[in-house]
Write a protein that binds this ligand. Structure first.
Ligand SMILES: [Zn+2]
Length: 131
């Protein structure tokens, strides 16, 4: 995944979308005798619930668009008593880092992510320009 550079929030969103897409397509798993693999079926509702939970976290821990000085701040972590963001960079948000861990992020992927920028929020995350 070379030119498609996104930030941490966008990367997790892509993972969630990939899982949701494969489950909504109703991809049917078969065992070696070409019977339905029921373990694959029964895992689907749990997988979709997991995706939904991820999306709830993503909806809270996103770029704080009200921030003028700290343009990469995490909205979900709010402000401290000085009115400064508790997490100044969304890529450092502990919640998002934990979610990314669950999706198998590696130190290499993490190091290659783009910095959060407000224009990334607007529309499609599929074609972003370089970092
Ligand atoms: Zn956060």
């Amino acid at each position: 995944m070379g030119a498609n550079v996104t930030d941490l929030h966008g990367w997790i969103t892509q993972q969630v979308e990939t899982i949701e897409r494969s489950q909504h397509e109703g991809r049917v798993a078969l065992d070696e005798h070409e019977r339905y693999d029921h373990t694959a079926f029964s895992s689907d509702p749990a997988g979709l619930r997991r995706c939904e939970a991820d999306r709830r976290v993503l909806a809270r821990h996103r770029l704080d668009l009200d921030q003028a000085a700290f343009t990469a701040a995490c909205e979900g972590h709010g402000l401290d008593s000085w009115g400064l963001p508790n997490v100044e960079n969304l890529n450092d948000c502990p919640e998002l880092l934990d979610l990314a861990h669950a999706h198998g992020i590696t130190p290499e992927i993490l190091a290659g992510l783009a910095q959060p920028a407000k224009h990334h929020r607007t529309s499609d995350s599929s074609k972003e320009n370089e970092a």
